[in-house]
Design a protein around this ligand. Structure first.
Ligand code: ADE
Length: 225
């Protein structure tokens, strides 16, 4: 999968993909992330990419021309499945959205700043708008990093134990069960006996029961869905 991210603060997007699972995905050639500095594509003087909004009001708006120049360039080079705009008024990002996006070939993600991007870019180019939560970030970069991380780890072959993503929280609509590692007795608190019993069927049943219980207690709304 190839993901092109458009940003005015590209440095914010260096570290999130340089470690751990994302690093491995890139090294294996399963995920290619290209971050583009929008200022490199502006036709305006002094690398201008934003301007005052028509109608007045506080805050700048990202101008359409630099975005269109870069989007046209990328789209002339390959076909993209989606042009995603990160925005608090987008569709809420959930595991099922990540699952769907992980099967795509090429994606563009636009990170907004200031008051956001000129609406004509949304009308003319954007095919999907994503919010990562009901709060406002100072830019779309951190939100884009969240989305790329959630998608990237789902690409087949990225996780060592391919089945492990199947047992993530939300993957079956439930929260994940509790997990334990050594020592079996930590400062007097013991690992549940059932996990040491060696019977995979019993362990699966216990985990499922724990998932249900956690979901009932913490996120009962998930069970209604
Ligand atoms: N940009 C600013 N806030 C955001 C949010 N909550 N989700 C996605 N993009 C954003």
């Amino acid at each position: 999968m190839r993901i092109d991210i458009i940003s005015v603060v590209p440095d914010l997007l260096t570290s999130p993909f340089a470690h751990s699972i994302m690093k491995r995905a890139r090294e294996k050639g399963l995920l290619e992330v290209n971050v583009h500095n929008l200022r490199d594509y502006t036709p305006y003087r002094q690398a201008q990419v934003d301007d005052y909004q028509f109608g007045g009001g506080a805050g700048m708006v990202m101008m359409p021309e630099p975005l269109a120049i870069l989007l046209d360039k990328l789209k002339s080079e390959r076909n993209y499945d989606d042009v995603i705009y990160m925005t608090p008024d987008g569709t809420m990002f959930e595991q099922k959205v990540a699952n769907r996006l992980s099967m795509k070939e090429n994606l563009i993600i636009i990170c907004g700043h200031y008051k956001g991007i000129d609406d004509r870019i949304r009308q003319m180019y954007v095919t999907m708008e994503i919010s990562i939560g009901d709060y406002v970030l100072s830019g779309g970069e951190l939100a884009a990093a969240v989305v790329v991380d959630a998608i990237g780890r789902l690409i087949p072959g990225v996780l060592n134990d391919e089945t492990s993503a199947l047992f993530d929280s939300f993957q079956d609509g439930l929260l994940a069960p509790p997990v334990y590692t050594r020592p079996a007795d930590f400062r007097g608190v013991k690992v549940p006996d059932i996990l040491l019993c060696g019977d995979p069927k019993k362990i699966d049943e216990w985990r499922h029961e724990q998932s249900l219980q956690r979901t009932r207690e913490r996120r009962p709304g998930l069970l209604e869905d």
